[in-house]
Design a binder for this molecule. Sequence first.
Ligand code: MGD
Ligand code: MGD
Ligand code: MO
Length: 713
Amino acid sequence: MSAEERLLSGERVVTTTCSYDCGARCVLHVRVSDGAVTGISTDPGAGQGLTACARGLRQADVAGAPDRLRSPLRRVGTRGEGRFEEIGWDEALDAVASELKRVRDRWGPEAVYLAESYGSFGSLHGTSTTARRFFSLLGGCTTRWGNMSLEGAIYASRMTFGAAATGATRDNFLHSKLLVLWGWNPSVTRFGPDTVDSLRAAKKKGIPIVVVDPRRSPTVEEFADQWIALRPGTDTALLLALAHVLITEGLCDLAFVERYTHGFEAFCDHVRGAGDGTPKTPVWAEGITGVPAAVTVELARSFAAARPAALCTGWAPGRSAFGEQFHRAAQVLSAITGNIGVTGGFVGGGTGILPLGSLGASFPVPKAPGPLLHGSEVYDALLQGKAGGFPSDLKLVYVVGSNFLNQFLNVNKGVRALQQPECIVAHELFLTPTARFADYVLPVTHFLEREDVGVPWAGGAFRIHMAKAVEPLEGTRSDLTIFAQLAERLGVGGYNDKPDEQWLQEFVAATPGMPAWESFRVDGVQRLSLPEPFVPFRDQIENPEKFPFRTPSGKIELYSQKMAELNDPLLPPLPTYLPAWEGHSDEGAAGYPLQLVTPHSKARAGSQFYTIPSLKKLASDALWLSPRDAAARGVADGDTVRVSSPRGELVVAARVADGILDGTVSLDAGAWYTPGPGGVDRGGCVNVLTADRKSPGGAFTGSTCRVEVERAG
Ligand SMILES: Nc1nc2c(c(=O)[nH]1)N[C@H]1C(S)=C(S)[C@@H](COP(=O)(O)OP(=O)(O)OC[C@H]3O[C@@H](n4cnc5c(=O)[nH]c(N)nc54)[C@H](O)[C@@H]3O)O[C@H]1N2
Ligand SMILES: Nc1nc2c(c(=O)[nH]1)N[C@H]1C(S)=C(S)[C@@H](COP(=O)(O)OP(=O)(O)OC[C@H]3O[C@@H](n4cnc5c(=O)[nH]c(N)nc54)[C@H](O)[C@@H]3O)O[C@H]1N2
Ligand SMILES: [Mo]
C-alpha cells in the first residue's frame, strides 16, 4: 500500500518498542486501522542497529491472543488447579483492597511479600516501579534482593571497581584486536539490538573472535574463529590459568598495573600457588575445565598480544554457584592486560550507565521500609516464617510482572510454598503457572495499549518513544490504573496525580541529552551521537588523580579489601576457583552425572509467549545431549526422555548432536511448568530440576544443576 492509499484507508503507522525484560529495545512500526493492529514491521534503514526480532514482529499475536485475560478472576478451585470465576472490576478491587488492609492491620506491612519483576520495563508503566511506588506509599512490605540476571556481576563490579554499572557502547567492538565472547550468546540472547550488528561489522573487519561456551551455540556458529568448550561452572579455573601464563611469561601490562591497580603481588602469589600450594597452571585447569593446556597457553598469548582486547562476559556463567568469582576473575584478567577504561577493551560485568543515564528517569519510588529476602529464600520464608529465622511470617503474596513460580529455582518447593499464604494476588496478561496459584487475578494491558518511553538496558545510546497504538483490550487496566484505584480505596494519596503524558514529558525533560518532548514524540527514536565509543572508567584511567575508583584503595582492586574484611572463606579477597555444589567434581551428586545449562530462548522473553503458536513454533525446546551421552543411555535423536534431579522430573524431546560437551546437557529456560501424573512436568520447565540455593555473593544459581537422563516409556 502506498502512503496515499494508507491515508485514504485511515491507516496510521506509529513507532514503539517492546518493553519486556529483553536485552534489546528495537524499533517497531505498528500499522493501525480502525482501532486494530494490521501489521508490525521494523526499520533496518533509519533505525540502523535497532532491527526487531521475530518476537517483536509478532506482538499483535500476543496482544490479540485468545488466551489473553479479559476479566478479573477469583479462584474457585483449589490453589494451582486453575479453576476461576469471572468477577467485575469493582468487586475485585474491593476484595483485594480489603485483603491488603486485613493482612496489614492484623500482621503488619512486612506480612505482604511483593513478588515484582520486569514484565514491563517502561519508564512509566514499569511493573517493578509501579508496584514499589504503591507499596512504599502504603507503608512498606517485604521485597526481594538479588538481581536474577546478574547479581554475580554486580557484586564483582562493586568489589573490583566500586561501581555496579560497567556497560560500553557496541561500536567499541570495532576498535578491539581480539574479541573473546565468554559464556555469551548474543546471536540469540539479545543484549542491545545493535550488539549483533556491531559484531558482524567487527567480523567483516577481520577481528578474530573466540567463543567460550560448553555448547556450540548459535553465536559459535555465526561468529567464532575458535570455539573453546569448557565444563559449566569451571570458568574461573580457566581464567586463573590464563593469568598464570601471563604472569609467568611476563605478558602483563605492568605500567597499567602499577598505576591503576591494587594487590598485584598478592594476586601473582595466589596464581603461583603460594597460599594453597597449587599453582594455577594450564595443566591444573585442564583437569577441571576439560580445556587442553595448549589451548589455554595460546589464548593467553594472543590475548596479551592483541592490544586492546575485549573479554566480553555474558551472565550465564555468573548466574551460578560462586558466580561472583567468575566475574571477579574476568575483570582482573582485563585489568592486568590494561584493557579497562580504554577504547576497544571491555569490563566484564554489569550493564548500562551511558550519558543518558542508566535506566533513565522513571516513575519515582519513595524509599519503602521493609525486610528483604533473597530470591532463593522466598519459598523457605513462606514455609517457615519467623520460626525458621526469616524476618516475617508472610500472609499475602502480591505478584506484578513476574512468573516467578516458573522462573525461580525449585518449582516443586514453590508449589508447596504457595499453599501457605492466606491470599495471593497477581496482575497478569495470561494465566501463567504462577497466576494459576492466585486467589485474585487482575488482567492488565499490553504495551501496544499504553504510551511510554522505552529504555535499552545494555549499552544502547538511544531512547524510543512508545506510542499508544490501540485502546486497551476491553476488560483490562494498566498496572498504574489498578494501583491508583487500590490507593484510593485504601486512603493513600499521591500515587498518581498526573496524566501519563505529563509524567513522560517530565521524565524526558529531566534526562540529559533528550530533545524537547514534542519532537521526540514525532521522531520516535532519539539517538545520542557520541564523539567516541562510550567506555566505562575512561575518566578514572585518563585522569586518576581527579577521578579515583570508588574502592577503599581508589584503584582497581585485584585484591578486594572489602572482601578481605568479610573474612568468609567462600568470598575470598582474591578471585578463586571454588568447586561448586553440583559442579562436575561434586561427589555428592554422583547419581546425577550430567551438568545442565539453561540458556534463554530465541522465541521468548523469559517465560513469555510460550502459549503463542506463531512464536512457539520458533522455539527449540529440546534437551541437547552429546552423541556419547545419548548412546550410553540408549537415547536416539527425537526420543522422549525423562530428566531428573533430586528436586523433580520433567519429560522432553531429546536432540542428539555434536555441539555440546560430553557430560553436559542443555535445555532452554522459560517453558511453562505443566504438571502431569505424579507431578512430573510435561512442559519442560528447567526449574523443576534446579536447587533454591544462592551463591555466597548473592548470584542466582540457575546454571548450577546436576541431572540424569533416561529414555521415557
Ligand atoms: N531472545 C532472548 N533474549 C534475551 C532474553 C530472552 O529470554 N530471550 N532474556 C534477557 C535476559 S532477562 C537476560 S538476563 C539475558 C541473559 O543473557 P545470558 O545470561 O548471557 O544468556 P544465556 O542464554 O543464559 O547464556 C549465554 C550462554 O552461556 C552459556 N553458558 C551456560 N553456562 C555456562 C558456563 O558455566 N560457562 C560458560 N562459559 N558458558 C555458559 C550458554 O550455553 C549460552 O550459550 O538475555 C536477555 N536477552
Ligand atoms: N534456570 C533458570 N532460571 C532462570 C533463568 C535462567 O537462565 N535459568 N533466567 C533468570 C532471569 S535472567 C530472569 S530475568 C528471570 C525472569 O523471571 P520473570 O521476570 O519472572 O520472568 P518473565 O517470564 O519475563 O515474566 C514476566 C511476566 O510479566 C507478565 N507481564 C508482561 N507485561 C506485563 C505488564 O505490563 N504488567 C504486568 N503486571 N505483567 C506483565 C508476563 O505475562 C510474564 O508472565 O528468570 C530467571 N530464571
Ligand atoms: Mo534476566
